[in-house]
Design a binder for this molecule. Sequence first.
Ligand SMILES: NC(=O)c1ccc[n+]([C@@H]2O[C@H](COP(=O)([O-])OP(=O)(O)OC[C@H]3O[C@@H](n4cnc5c(N)ncnc54)[C@H](OP(=O)(O)O)[C@@H]3O)[C@@H](O)[C@H]2O)c1
Length: 360
Amino acid sequence: MRVILSAAVTADGYLDDNTPQRLMISTAADWEAVQRLRASCDAILVGAETLRRDNPALRLRNDGMRRQRMAEGYPADLTKVVLTRSGRLDPAMRFFTEGVSEKIVFAQRELPDIQPYATVISSNGEEHTAAFIITELEKRGIGRLLVEGGAEILRMFLRENQADELRLAVNPHLLLGTGRGGARFQFEPPATASCDKEQLDGMEVVHYTLHPDRTENDMKHLQEAIDESRRCTPCRTSYRVGAVIETDDGQLFKGYTHECSATHHAEQEAILKALEAGASLRGAAIYTSMEPCSKRASEPESCTQLILRHGFARVVFALYEPDCFVCCRGALTLREAGLDVRCYPKMGGQVRAINAHLWQ
Ligand SMILES: NC(=O)c1ccc[n+]([C@@H]2O[C@H](COP(=O)([O-])OP(=O)(O)OC[C@H]3O[C@@H](n4cnc5c(N)ncnc54)[C@H](OP(=O)(O)O)[C@@H]3O)[C@@H](O)[C@H]2O)c1
């Protein structure tokens, strides 16, 4: 998934003032650009406080953009997502009443008043992390997520290093000062970030890239991993999976399920070949047609544990492991450990077809 943060701030870094009315920070041209950014995403996410203060509908207002999305096979509106610990949400909020897109609430407990209007994902008292939210949304086919605030939510994605881009629009003519300011968002870009600046109808817009977009290279190696998986003979007790490792110095190693041993997974086969060749796996990327497993009965370590132990930096896959044999937590565990984990759900159809022997 690609995660894009977006915010408009005053010259002194406020997202809002402390009055009950919503403060308009963006100019018309900036707002239009934000609408275009929304139109390029699959889902839009905010914190509950933003819903309580502003009551936004979070829909695309531009008919041309809506038509364009539908012509390209996407729903006119984005999936809407809100996070709450307290559950203080009103089903009469425009978030719930406007638009036909799916609404998802990440909450810490069941919310019977909200459940008729939205999908509630409860954590049973646990704190939701950005890694968990991304994983759950990816499993639902979300490929681009727009996080529109407020301050607490933006900070959460940045703190966990789960944001790929930030669009920060500053209105240099608007200064509130401590007496009038509401939620505040100030951003210190890491040294590794790159940025582009533009002037837009009086706004200063900075586009930060926190993690470069590697989609092209990812999809190329993922396709090789998927092709590799076709070499595995179908059997009733395991998935046909293929894996490709790309080391830091550009060496490639491939493997597929059961290639050399009846208990080996594809990732394991590729890792063994890399180790035999004396390659260093620290900082390497592994492309695997299916989410790395997180539990093994027939081997001492799961593929997730192997990937962690060898110091891989990136994991790229096409299909989350279906709940056929076990409930897999590979992607979530790797994300929470700080690895760059990417899923390309659009390539998952091929993996499903290659494993059709298991669903028939
Ligand atoms: N200018 C802009 O671009 C822009 C954009 C968006 C918002 N805003 C402004 O930002 C302000 C709100 O910002 P804010 O920082 O006060 O609040 P916020 O980020 O919108 O929402 C914070 C709330 O999100 C929920 N939450 C946070 N972390 C969570 C987690 N890990 N798991 C589950 N729920 C979690 C909690 O809801 P509960 O309290 O329900 O537990 C928390 O109070 C508003 O004034 C709004 O106008 C401005």
